[in-house]
Design a protein around this ligand. Structure first.
Ligand SMILES: Cc1cc2nc3c(=O)[nH]c(=O)nc-3n(C[C@H](O)[C@H](O)[C@H](O)COP(=O)(O)OP(=O)(O)OC[C@H]3O[C@@H](n4cnc5c(N)ncnc54)[C@H](O)[C@@H]3O)c2cc1C
Length: 637
């Protein structure tokens, strides 16, 4: 396996322009001859499918929900970044680039991140043209708010439902193409494998989730935009169905998996309340614009929060990081919440919670302003906790949220399998070891609207693959393998539910590879995971049949993949003997408890090659070269 990132030469600011000029083009009438299989219709997949079809390519789009509109992107609350500098507060493309590189703790590629910052402004224009109702100021300009890791306000938002509004925009573009017959939609269809012919990705095998039919699809390229895998932790902020299956099957066929241990633990989620839960709820980072985070100064404090006077409160982020205060990046905010709770100063019944308090901003701005900004989030919080956050502080705690790791891609967003392109959260590309808030939506839409439409044409023009159909014997072979696995899952007739095994896996990972990791804990997790996998195949129960809707079967397939993938995640965390961003190895920290990087030995992307279930994967390294920014210790003080 070779990792050729294909980063263009030349000055940073001109790389994307000159690369686009150097790319080979496909003329409009020839585009009709190419067919693309897009898996996933979240922001990344829907924007890609719509844009590719608009260009003239034939597109099939697959997703497991009943409507493309229900992809997990719909859950995104807080906003989307862009370097428009509307507030005139000092933003620029270079600043967005720099903040993102620094926010990711210098573990991402300069060229990719700069391109992301460049196209960020086009995304806003595109979405406004589609009618996305971004919040506006009194004068009519688009409004901005602040997110962590930046000292400028560059986040565009639509109340607390930005993802939904952006997805409606992308969905409209997609449905326009579907109406014109250039995109064929395949709802409630799960991709279960990819098909390789002569070393290229030439198709996929799917299962119809309603009829159970296993079917093959051929194309000239495959695009996976299948989202993140954080549900490997069982409890996360992701929708329950989010999974690693598509990426993991591609990994098994030869796509390198990059930085799987870089998981984002989001600082502001509603704390775990007991064993009954199957998911956690995010409270958007945007709340940290106006909410202040604190815990009692003293252990064992029993007074209700509103009766704790100012001098007995510790606004620990404002105290430790005065420049960024409550808007320090997520990894730092999360770690600090854990620290104060570990000291015994946490709030709530479990002691694992901190206050997010709006008292001062309500006093300063009035309740109506806070209501206007965050009304739906406050309502959601009250419905879940039965507490009124206008009157008592919200209680929050970090939770698994986002996968910075993903399938390795080059500058074209192509994986190590020629023809297999990966977009959105499913790839590893731009966020390094920690993603800044409001940058996932930006990256997903950048990939779909503005990058893949160029790079896929270059692939077609240069790869020159022969036409194939699903009659090719390789499709029969992969279909048989998928059928065999489905049969094996349906044959599971033990005593444990799949959910209980998944929960146990989540506990193993949270303990061994969560917010803080160390070699001993990771080794222990690596010892426990194969045993749990064995338990799954020996003692899990999967009810129902294959020839129809069977949610138990769907879940079991996804958990089966998590049980293999979890090991990869721990290998990666164990091998990376440094702390960076969300990957905090307790052995590598400064005396103040900050992450201590090892640039000499770890300034690289770790890309793993599959070697078989239970075998140690092979590590490949893509060195990260910094020509424009100086590697330095992150400081938000
Ligand atoms: C609660 C929450 C709030 C967030 N808020 C923000 C925010 O304010 N700003 C921000 O920038 N980011 C935010 N994020 C992150 C952001 O929402 C996601 O990273 C982003 O939307 C992912 O988009 P995507 O298109 O890559 O994947 P998704 O939207 O997850 O879409 C995945 C698609 O793939 C399909 N799929 C997956 N596997 C298969 C398969 N095997 N076969 C067929 N189809 C498959 C699904 O059906 C779906 O269509 C938030 C995340 C969460 C969880």
């Amino acid at each position: 396996m070779t990792l050729d990132s294909k980063i263009p030469s030349g000055p940073l600011s001109g790389k994307w322009d000159s690369y686009r000029f150097d790319m080979k083009l496909i003329n409009p009438s020839n585009k009709r001859k190419y067919h693309v299989l897009v898996v996933g219709t979240g922001l990344a997949g829907a924007s890609a499918a719509a844009s590719l079809a608009e260009l003239g390519y034939g597109v099939d789009a697959f997703f497991y929900q009943d409507s493309a509109r229900r992809a997990h992107s719909i859950a995104a609350q807080g906003g989307i970044n862009a370097a428009k500098n509307y507030p005139n507060d000092g933003d620029s493309i270079y600043r967005l680039f720099y903040d993102t590189i620094k926010g990711g703790d210098f573990r991402s590629r300069e060229a990719n991140v700069y391109r992301l910052a460049q196209v960020s402004n086009n995304i806003i224009d595109q979405c406004v043209a589609q009618g996305v109702p971004f919040a506006r100021e009194y004068g009519g300009y688009l409004d901005n708010r602040s997110f962590g890791g930046a000292q400028v306000s560059r986040t565009f938002y639509a109340r607390g439902q930005t993802g939904q509004q952006l997805l409606l925009g992308a969905y409209s573009a997609l449905m326009r193409q579907a109406g014109q017959g250039t995109v064929t939609l395949h709802p409630r269809t799960e991709m279960l494998d990819i098909v390789m012919i002569d070393g290229h990705a030439r198709g996929i095998v799917t299962r119809d989730l309603v009829t159970g039919k296993i079917q093959s699809w051929a194309g000239d390229a495959v695009v996976l935009a299948t989202g993140g895998y954080t549900n490997v932790f069982f409890l996360s902020t992701n929708a329950i169905a989010c999974n690693v299956t598509a990426s993991y099957r591609a990994y098994k066929r030869g796509a390198a998996f990059a930085n799987p241990c870089y998981t984002q633990i989001h600082p502001t989620c509603i704390p775990v309340s007991g064993d009954h839960q199957s998911k956690l709820t995010l409270m958007s980072e945007s709340l940290r614009n106006d909410g202040r985070i604190w815990v009692p100064k003293n252990k064992g404090e029993t007074r209700p929060p509103n009766q704790i006077p100012e001098e007995d409160r510790d606004y620990y982020l404002e105290r430790k990081y005065p420049s960024f205060g409550n808007l320090t990046p997520r990894d730092i905010s999360s770690r600090n919440a854990k620290m104060v709770c570990d000291e015994g100063r946490g709030v709530g019944a479990s002691g694992y919670g901190v206050n997010l308090d709006f008292r001062d901003s309500i006093k300063r701005l009035g309740k109506h302003v806070i209501q206007e900004r965050y009304g739906n989030l406050f309502e959601m919080y009250e419905r879940i906790t039965d507490e009124n956050p206008y009157e008592v502080p919200m209680r929050i705690y970090p939770a698994a949220h986002y996968a910075m790791g993903g399938l390795w891609v080059d500058y074209n967003l192509m994986s190590t399998i020629p023809g297999l392109h990966i977009l959105g959260e499913a790839n590893f590309s731009d966020h390094g070891a920690n993603r800044l808030g409001a940058s996932a939506l930006m990256q997903g839409l950048a990939d779909g609207y503005f990058i893949i439409p160029y790079t896929i044409g270059n692939y077609f023009a240069t790869a020159k693959q022969p036409k194939i159909t699903t009659d090719h014997p390789e499709f029969r072979k992969v279909e048989a393998e998928v059928g065999e696995r489905t049969k094996k899952l349906l044959g599971l007739n033990g005593k444990r539910t799949v959910a209980s095994i998944h929960r146990e896996l989540g506990n193993i990972l949270w303990e061994g590879c969560g917010m803080a990791r160390n070699a001993a804990g990771l080794k222990k997790a690596l010892e426990r995971i194969p045993g749990l996998r064995e338990e799954f195949w020996q003692n899990a129960i999967v009810t129902g049949e294959g020839e129809g809707l069977n949610i138990a079967l769907e879940r079991a397939g996804r958990v089966g993949d998590f049980l293999e993938f979890a090991e990869l995640l721990c290998y990666d965390a164990l091998e990376r003997n440094e702390s960076c961003g969300g990957h905090f190895r307790e052995e590598y920290q400064t005396p103040e408890g900050e992450a201590k990087r090892d640039d000499e030995n770890y300034a690289h992307v770790s890309a793993w090659e599959y070697t078989g279930v239970g075998n140690t994967p092979i590590l490949h390294k893509e060195p990260l070269v910094f020509e424009n920014v100086k590697l330095q210790t992150r400081s938000y003080k």
